[in-house]
Design a protein around this ligand. Sequence first.
Ligand code: NDP
Length: 328
Amino acid sequence: MGFRAFRVEQTEAGFAGQWQSVDRETLPEGEVEIEVLFSSVNYKDALSYSGNRGVTREYPHTPGIDAAGRVVNSQSDEFSAGDEVVVFGYDLGMNTDGGFAQRIRVPAQWVLHLPDGLSASNAMAWGTAGFTAALSVLKLERNGISPEQGPVVVTGATGGVGSIAVALLAHLGYSVVAVSGKEEQVPFLQHLGAGQVVGREEIMAAKGKAMARTQYQAAIDTVGGDMVAALVPQIRPEGAVTTCGMIAGTSFDVSVFPFILRGVSVLGVDSVEIPRALKQAVIDKVAGEWALPQLDALTSSIGRSELTATLEALLQGKGVGRYRLELG
Ligand code: NDP
């Protein structure tokens, strides 16, 4: 039986993707075969689609680092046909054919049962970007943040990770300063719960300074590069900056003084290779006490015909919120 998959191929004109009929026999090895009902679109998918060899080495390839749906075949005792499951990260969509397809086949140790309270559809509104935002908040909480200690900054605030971070922090009672390059999206960010929205240049004004006025207890940075360097000197003693992305750069130059005089920390966030138990803990949390009232407001549901335009928008930094892909 065939299924539809978004295959990216290298042509003389560059990389291009299109929906094709694919034979089940071509699915990779793995214990669990899943009928994918929903996927989601992340910046990393856009990189894979654009031919970025740091993400995907060989083409033709099916991107999609997220997938949620129903088990159709399982050679693992942990899963049975009909189970509702989600897969995110590990090698899915990178060098293993991913969730932009109606079927995937993966190792059992990549698969998580969907907890009560989290449908396949909601799980893909969160997706890797949302789970990364949740992991960032978890890391900051372990570092001692609390709502009464002052504002928390979120950069790349209209993006996938950023929009969920804004909404989640606001939901948990934090005062949120959203940093965005999209002036026209100020009402959107306020609707998610941002108390203040500032332009990127306002944060970047501290770039190159060893120390600056400490305005924020912590920050969730989603863009990387100089933004991290500009945030660190503005963080209060014992505060922290999480870093997960590299849209604005892959390295930063920062003085040691905020670290050694204020005890500021930079905390790395990885959602891809972490143990499955931690992934399960995160989805259990978002299914329960961290369920987001603003989830629908920040999620656009797209059909297969809208995938290419969405990937192009993400590549240009023009995405807003989360994009859930319906595979039906
Ligand atoms: P999106 O494309 O959805 O959002 C990124 C946002 O960053 C944009 O919407 C924009 O927001 C802002 N931005 C774009 N270009 C620039 C720039 N040059 N300088 C400053 N800000 C910019 O991406 P995601 O939210 O899906 O991912 C964000 C980053 O996190 C990516 O690098 C991604 O690879 C990484 N990531 C890492 C994970 C991990 O496990 N470590 C997991 C998930 C994502 P605005 O206009 O509001 O400023």
